[in-house]
Design a protein around this ligand. Structure first.
Ligand code: ADP
Length: 595
């Protein structure tokens, strides 16, 4: 922008300078010519005056020369000019400065010829005698015995001096004016270019994506229109950009919040997009792999093989593959060939679904079915076998009674098994609703202990409870009863005769997750081997199959307990020492949060 302003200033100053110079020259010319004209007129008048005041006696020879020379010298002092008397034929007969005898014939001098034709002749000539410009004025005079010309000559020194002086004054004026003009034209140029500079700087900021930039000019002219147009452009850019960003954000949040992983590859196999779920599944960071070839995912050998095939065949497919990094998982890949509207191939889109849990559940379900069938088969086989024997005929009344007893016991067991299986599947499929109410724990456990008493009495096991009297807990009473019936009957079952079972309840006031209550069911029984501890909450898991069966267990009790504790947002753990006894420790929040 600056160069334009400077150029403008320069142009304006040159124009001003040139016009001032022209005016000066014109003025000097006018001054000179008017001054010379005036001089001519004066000299003409002086000649007329000489003519009128002088006598022209009839003289000849030397007398004539000396008379006119004397006169010319007299008039020179009066008129302050060189005076020359010249005869018609051009002979000089008197001159105030030179000897007429030594002077050339003057007939062809310019001023003479002009005087002859026009009555007054004048000319300006350089006089080598005096070394300066002279003005000569001649008038024809015919009076008395004289017929010729009187000529006056004056130096132009004064005129030139005047002109020079004029030039000096004007030169100084021109310089002053020039400085003023420079200043004014710079200001004018600046006022013309500065709004343009502002507009340009705003346009530059917009180019640098600073869309808040606006031109602050309040003008009604074309420049005002231009700044309005620029501001309008910035407005529209800003709104368009916002729309684009909003859309981008929306898309980004959709991509990032999808549970499915998305991996997009361009036709040449470079990674275009990896969403958050895919990052987690593959154990990579989008910023590290975007733009790189898919082979960067080399930890996933099976996957890269699949991608390679997908890119090669450009067809849709669905496959499952195992990933071993960052965690072992099973991923279902849906490969989709991306084809544009014009039919050109853009690359492949891979949708990834972590199916590890689904597959594990499926496996667990089929294992469960196998387990259930196996568990049901054993008592059924016993019932069938003993019934067959009875049908075959048994003489002995006592034997047939004992067979019938076995059949009865086994069907009881079947009954319990089926009841527990149904209960468990109900809990696992979350089809049961929790009915919370405040439970006064002291009477609750009192009645429970009373209910268990006959069983413990049978084995002469002492059953004690230690419960704070005024403690209330928010919970589902039926389910809570189910939990502790299971734990207490396990404790009685797996404790030898004469042993001891304790139920301890503690109010854990200060706890990082709010108030909780701790329940401990402790026995002095057989204990559980260390290796079995992590598994005893699994379905059908028994430490000792025959012992559990002889005690009537189904192997489902603890897994039901675990689920019911979970439903109360609690935790359960077990501590046991083989031969010394076991403790089942439950912690539950005092109050249930509404969910
Ligand atoms: P079961 O119906 O066989 O008792 P559970 O799920 O209730 O099934 O228990 C799983 C296994 O845990 C039992 O078979 C038993 O071996 C062991 N167990 C449970 N409670 C105790 C306990 N209090 N003392 C020793 N072992 C126990």
């Amino acid at each position: 922008m600056k160069p334009f302003r400077n150029r403008l200033t320069l142009i304006m100053m040159t124009l001003i300078g040139l016009s001032m110079l022209g005016a000066g020259l014109a003025m000097a010319n006018v001054f000179k010519s008017s001054h010379i004209g005036l001089q001519e007129e004066n000299m003409g008048r002086e000649i007329k005056l000489i003519q009128a005041t002088m006598e022209f006696p009839p003289l000849t020879g030397d007398q004539k020369f000396s008379y006119y020379t004397e006169k010319s010298q007299m008039f020179e002092t009066l008129a302050d000019a060189r005076v020359t008397f010249i005869q018609k034929d051009g002979t000089v007969i008197g001159d105030s400065e030179s000897d007429p005898a030594s002077m050339d014939n003057h007939a062809h001098r310019e001023e003479m010829m002009q005087a002859e034709t026009e009555g007054l002749g004048s000319t300006i000539r350089y006089s080598s005698t005096l070394g300066e410009d002279m003005i000569y004025v001649a008038i024809p005079v015919k009076q008395g015995s004289f017929d010729g010309y009187i000529r006056l000559a004056m130096s132009l020194k004064e005129v030139d001096q005047g002109v020079r002086q004029g030039w000096t004054v004007m030169g100084a004026g021109i310089i002053v004016l020039f400085i003023i003009a420079a200043f004014v034209s710079y200001r004018v140029a600046a006022s013309l270019t500065s709004p343009l500079e502002k507009i340009t700087s705003v346009a530059r900021r917009i180019t640098r994506q600073d869309y808040d930039a606006r031109v602050q000019l309040n003008r009604q002219d074309e420049i005002g229109q231009l700044s309005l147009a620029i501001n309008g452009m910035a407005d529209s850019l800003q709104t368009q950009l916002k729309t684009i960003r909003d859309n981008e954000d929306l898309l980004q949040s959709v991509l990032n919040n999808m549970t499915g992983g998305i991996l997009m590859l361009s036709y040449d196999g470079s990674i275009v997009l990896v969403n958050r779920a895919a990052e987690e599944m593959l154990g990579v960071k989008a910023e590290h792999v975007t733009g790189k070839p898919y082979r960067e995912l080399r930890q996933h050998y099976e996957l890269t093989k699949l991608i390679e095939e997908g890119l090669e065949h450009r067809t849709n497919f669905r496959e499952e593959r195992n990933l071993y990094y960052p965690v072992e998982s099973i991923v279902r890949m849906d490969g989709v060939a991306m084809v544009q509207d014009d039919g050109s191939y853009r690359g492949m889109l891979f949708l990834m679904q972590d199916v590890t849990d689904i597959r594990r559940l499926e496996r667990m379900r089929s294992e469960f079915v196998a387990n259930v069938s196996h568990e049901l088969k054993t008592p059924l086989a016993a019932v069938k076998g003993f019934a067959e024997t009875l049908l075959g005929g048994v003489e002995d009344e006592k034997t047939s009674r004992s067979f019938l007893q076995i059949i009865y016991d086994e069907s009881e067991r079947l009954n319990r098994l089926i009841r527990d299986i149904l209960e468990l599947s109900k809990i696992e499929s979350k089809r049961i609703a929790m009915e919370y109410s405040p439970i006064h724990l002291f009477p609750f456990f009192q009645s429970l202990v009373e209910f268990m008493q006959p069983e413990s009495n049978k084995k002469r096991i002492s059953l004690h409870m230690e419960v704070p009297e005024e403690l209330f807990l928010e919970g589902d009473e039926d389910k809570l009863r189910q939990i502790f019936t299971n734990l207490l009957s396990n404790a009685i079952n797996y404790t030898q005769e004469g042993g001891r079972v304790q139920l301890i309840v503690r109010d854990m006031h200060v706890h990082e997750h709010g108030d909780t209550v701790q329940f401990i069911v402790k026995d002095s029984g057989l204990g559980i081997p260390k290796k079995d501890l992590p598994r005893i909450f699994e379905r059908f898991y028994r430490v000792n199959k025959s012992r559990s069966r002889s005690s009537g267990g189904t192997g489902l009790g603890l897994s039901i307990v675990k689920h019911l504790v979970d439903l109360h947002h609690g935790t359960i753990k077990v501590e046991s020492e083989l031969g010394l006894g076991s403790s089942f420790i439950i912690e539950m929040p005092l109050l249930q949060e509404n969910d």
